[in-house]
Ligand binder design. Structure first.
Ligand code: GLY
Length: 387
């Protein structure tokens, strides 16, 4: 068989999106995937939420915003290629604030926290939020509306992306673990894998939370537990929620088919598997406080995954220490959101055209002797630590 020009290591949302983008530009690509089911993309809730996540202004917000803008055409393209849905839904995100305390919309009171730092957030009063979404908890005293944020059914998207890649003729080798790189004079010569040596002209590292097994870059797992509910038959409405509810301790993501996804814990427990009573209790309690109607809905499933975290919680994109290897990892809470822009910028970078935005996400920022990267750790959403 003809050797691939590019081997993408990692068959999650980022790896598949890059592979597809390269393929569409005429590059012969192979994807090596250790375990598709373990990819962080399955464990997300699919929020496309640069505003509700309260990312600071600057390169990260710009990257997220550019990706959000790509979403309608990117998902339409995937849907047209495969005939499968991605569940893209520009539903907006409502971020209720639980009292006691002032409403963000109260002109008399300056609210210290939470405070969105972008203009595309609208403060809303208690009256407005309760009329906007009926059934919210009595303690909800107002909040913010983020009209431009959206959602995608991340698990449907993962299947659609994979089908699109397969239909396009990309070789996806499932169950193949990369064990190391053979390097010489700043070049990767070949990959050592569980199925023998593999070679290409260029390599992309898109191994998410597992990246440190292959390269000394500071990517560590942050576990997220999720709960899936279903609106019961006979409830009267397939889906009583019409937009994402992003609370201070939980987010509640309605799907149009009657499911409701609750997420997610943020736990530094390494790769410790399984759901835990503490994690699930924390999600359920916070969700019921925000939207008490949920208390009698059916629990359909619980699952978990590992976000690829970095010291400054920004992705690592672009050049690597090896001339013929590109990095696309460390997307932390925003892998699903950032898949289209990552694919676009990384494919262009491999073809020799590097967007200046990539400079802000270089692995080199962690080489500095000082700990300045940590100083930029963004003060976004609080960790939902159940312990
Ligand atoms: N994107 C939300 C999360 O990672 O929990």
């Amino acid at each position: 068989m003809q050797q691939a020009e590019v081997i993408v290591i990692g068959g999650g949302s980022i790896g598949l999106a890059i592979a597809l983008e390269l393929n569409q530009q005429g590059t012969k690509v192979t994807v090596l995937s250790k375990d598709f089911t373990a990819a962080a993309g399955h464990a997300a809730a699919g929020m496309l939420a640069p505003n509700a996540e309260r990312l600071p202004s600057g390169p990260m917000f710009e990257l997220c915003q550019r990706s959000l803008e790509l979403y309608p055409t990117w998902t339409s393209k995937l849907e047209n290629l495969t005939g499968k849905s991605s569940g893209y839904w520009p539903c907006g995100i409502l971020s209720p604030r639980i009292g006691p305390g002032p409403s963000p919309a109260d002109p008399e009171v300056e609210v210290e926290e939470p405070k969105p730092n972008h203009e595309i957030a609208f403060p809303i009063s208690a009256d407005a939020i309760h009329s906007y979404q009926s059934g919210l908890g009595q303690n909800v005293v107002g909040g913010y509306f983020y009209p431009e944020d959206a959602q995608v059914d991340n698990r449907a998207l993962m299947q659609t992306l994979r089908a699109a890649a397969q239909d396009a003729g990309i070789e996806i080798r499932e169950g193949v673990a990369v064990e190391g790189f053979v390097q010489c004079q700043g070049q990767v010569i070949s990959l050592r894998t569980s199925v023998g040596q593999q070679q290409a002209d260029h390599y992309v590292l898109a191994t998410g939370a597992w990246s440190r097994e292959l390269l000394p870059i500071p990517v560590t797992p942050t576990k997220g537990q999720m709960v899936g509910l279903r609106v019961p038959l006979g409830y009267g409405q397939t889906q009583p929620l019409h937009r994402v509810l992003y609370g201070e301790k939980v987010y509640i993501v309605p799907r149009r088919d009657g499911r409701i996804i609750l997420g997610a814990t943020v736990e530094k427990v390494g790769f410790a598997p399984h759901n835990t009573p503490a994690g699930i209790a924390q999600l359920l309690n916070a969700a019921i406080e925000l939207y008490p109607t949920l208390a009698n809905f059916s629990i359909e499933e619980c699952w978990w995954g590992f976000r690829p975290d970095t010291p400054d919680q920004l992705p690592i994109l672009g050049a690597s220490p090896c001339e013929n290897m590109t990095l696309a990892t460390g997307h932390y809470r925003n892998g699903i959101l950032l898949a289209p822009i990552t694919a676009k910028l990384i494919a262009a970078h491999i073809k020799g055209s590097t967007d200046p935005l990539l400079n802000s996400f270089s692995y080199k920022r962690f080489r500095a002797a000082s700990n300045s990267a940590l100083a930029h750790r963004y003060s976004g959403r609080p960790a939902f630590d159940p312990t």
